[in-house]
Design a protein around this ligand. Structure first.
Ligand SMILES: [Zn+2]
Length: 102
């Protein structure tokens, strides 16, 4: 079994493929990933609609993913947005899994 979690971009199906330490795999759609961006800016966008504020539609094209230490990944999107850090447990949540035992 691999020692750490890893991610792979599937450009054809627009999925982030996460390979977990336990050998299992999850697939998360880019759109879902972007819509769940945990950064302050996006959390505000996902929040209650403010009709006075014009919002840019997020770009759902995943340009690259970087590892942040061994606790998170940082996707970079087609519009240059990369403020969101996704912890492995957050990715598990997005994939509909229980948090990994520590
Ligand atoms: Zn964001």
């Amino acid at each position: 079994m691999p020692k750490s979690n890893s991610v792979r971009k599937d450009d054809e199906q627009k999925l982030l493929v996460v390979k977990w330490k336990d050998g299992s795999t999850s697939e998360i759609e880019w759109k879902k990933l972007r819509d769940s961006c945990p950064c302050a800016e996006c959390t505000e966008i996902h929040g209650p609609a403010d009709p006075l504020r014009l919002k840019l539609a997020p770009n759902y094209n995943l340009a690259s993913v970087e590892y942040i230490g061994n606790y998170a990944v940082q996707p970079r999107w087609g519009d240059g947005h990369s403020a969101g850090l996704y912890s492995w447990n957050y990715l598990r949540e997005l994939a509909g899994l229980m948090p990994a035992p520590q």
